[in-house]
Design a protein around this ligand. Structure first.
Ligand code: NAD
Ligand code: UD1
Length: 339
């Protein structure tokens, strides 16, 4: 089946393209390469043996996007990854984030509706829950007001899709709320490409272990958690990619129970920053130079997923052990350093 993957040369998109191809789908990637490179196609081809079709289009360009969809009417589904995702940058550039993330979504939806492409899987985030009062969070946990323009684009995007699906009964959507995606493909042919100084824990940790950064700062050890550092639900990127394949299958087979559904995609397990460092050291034998510093502004104390719905309805669960995920992240970091 032909599937359109927006943002398919990006981190999660590229891993998902691999899993889609391995499941027998034909993939067309559309990306403007704002945060990825064309070489990612070599990595995908190296893993699957098939080079996906690729078109360089900025999805905020409405005529170009509608023309793209008109040429790919035979696609049966779209996975919409394309978005800007740097939380801190979104605070300083709110207009750019709203413009990019919302216009590209609306153009994609218009392209789907105008050409009879019925099925959408959308990349949402656990950021829509903020600091939830009750943990773990289920899909029924109330969303909190977003803490950043980036987070707000996810809340608003979920609602734009919901409102469209209310009137377009022949269209179907699934929003996957990712927890903290980490790791890389075990082949080390694709992975995350952080630009500049990483903000996220794992790329900062692997760059510190590689000697690119001097020291990892652990942002706070005075939280109300077992070791005082914050708790997150770290999900392996290949497990996450597989969740998209089962979501697509659910839509293509018409097994969805409503024409718009939401699923938490995490492991259901909370790990602290200090536990991640210890697991990395166990998995790789490499010591991490770290120091406890003050809290990072805007960080939440703890969040992890109740994955019962995804387990039962999608028949999906996270499988890769955390040590394996961290070993893959390290292998990818070493490959990047050797390039
Ligand atoms: P990424 O930056 O690696 O990939 C996004 C891709 O979209 C990039 O290749 C970029 O060039 C492309 N893109 C952005 N704007 C575009 C536009 N206007 N037109 C065409 N292409 C455009 O990010 P990722 O980590 O792979 O994230 C994928 C999706 O998952 C995003 O929607 C992100 O918000 C969401 N998400 C990511 C995380 C995470 O931690 N990585 C967590 C929750 C949700
Ligand atoms: C952040 C975003 C979230 C986004 C996710 C993936 C915020 C508030 N949230 O999540 O919306 O979906 O990235 O892009 O920005 N940490 C350190 N030292 C570091 C880096 C991180 O101790 O150098 C800690 C953080 O305090 C946090 C954990 O590691 O407890 C994970 O941080 P990070 O990888 O940045 O992800 P989140 O903050 O959970």
């Amino acid at each position: 089946m032909k599937i359109i993957v927006t943002g398919g040369t990006g981190y999660i998109g590229s891993h998902t393209v691999v899993e889609l191809q391995q499941d027998g789908h034909e993939v067309v990637i559309v990306d403007n390469l704002a945060n990825s490179t064309i070489n990612v196609l070599d990595g995908i081809q190296g893993i699957t043996g098939t080079r996906p079709a690729f078109e360089k289009i900025d999805l905020t360009d409405r005529p170009a996007t509608l023309d793209f969809f008109a040429r790919h009417k035979d696609a049966r589904a779209v996975i919409h990854f394309a978005a800007l995702k740097a939380v801190g940058e979104s605070v300083s550039k709110p207009l750019e984030y709203y413009y990019n993330n919302l216009n590209s979504l609306m153009n994609v939806l218009a392209g789907m509706r105008g050409n009879g492409i019925p099925n959408l899987v959308f990349s949402s985030s656990c950021t829509v829950y903020g600091q939830a009062d009750v943990l773990p969070v289920t899909e029924r946990t109330p969303r909190h007001e977003a803490e950043s323009p980036y987070g707000n684009t996810k809340v608003m995007s979920e609602d734009i899709i919901r409102d469209l699906m209310r009137v377009e009964k022949s269209m179907n959507g699934i929003a996957l709320r990712y927890f903290n995606p980490i790791g890389a493909h075990p082949s080390a042919l694709i992975g995350e490409l952080p630009v500049g100084v990483p903000n996220n824990l794992i790329p900062y940790l692997t760059q510190t272990a590689a000697g690119i950064r001097e020291q990892l700062s652990v942002f706070g050890d005075d939280y109300d958690t077992p070791d005082g550092s914050p708790l997150r639900d770290y999900i392996d990127v290949v497990d996450l990619a597989k969740a998209h394949v089962v979501a697509i299958r659910r839509l293509l087979e018409g097994k969805n129970k409503a024409n718009y559904e939401y699923f938490n995609i995490g492991t259901g397990r909370a790990l602290s920053v200090l536990e991640i460092i210890a697991a990395f050291e166990r998995a790789t034998g490499v010591k991490v130079n770290y120091k406890i510093v003050g809290r990072r502004a805007g960080d939440i104390e703890k969040v992890w997923a109740d994955t019962t719905l995804a387990n039962n309805e999608l028949g999906w669960r996270a499988e890769v052990p955390i040590e394996q995920t961290l070993a893959n992240a390290w292998k990818w970091q070493q490959r990047l350093a050797s390039k």
